[in-house]
Design a protein around this ligand. Sequence first.
Ligand SMILES: [Zn+2]
Length: 142
Amino acid sequence: MASSRRKCSNDPNTFCYRCGEYTLKDQRRGIPDFVRKAYFDYFKVKLGDQDKPWAPHIVCKTCNEYIHREEGLPHYFSQQEGLVFCNDIEGLLLEMGVPQYKPEDWRLLIDSSKRSLKCVLLHNGNKYASIPTGHSTKLKVE
Ligand SMILES: [Zn+2]
């Protein structure tokens, strides 16, 4: 027998949908349409439980900024046979704030194990953060 008296005393919208952290009132933001679209594109289902009163309907300011920062990046990547890779290095670097792409300023790090492959561009002077350019968890050594 479900009791109507049993109810969480915490408002679910005090927690971020993305990171699950407690979020102060002035740090709360609505879930951006980009997230709803990306979630649907990836999982092939709508963002979960948004019709339920107990589900969080907000993201924190930090997550919102990360989401918007990454919003323009997916079209620089392609996926083929289990490998996700950058299809426009110069465009990606410009999008991420590198003023000019000079291939000689960067080196490619390829890290692999039995279960994954990771490719990252490293700046020779460490002036810029590492840039992920390829990833797979589905490739197999033959
Ligand atoms: Zn968050």
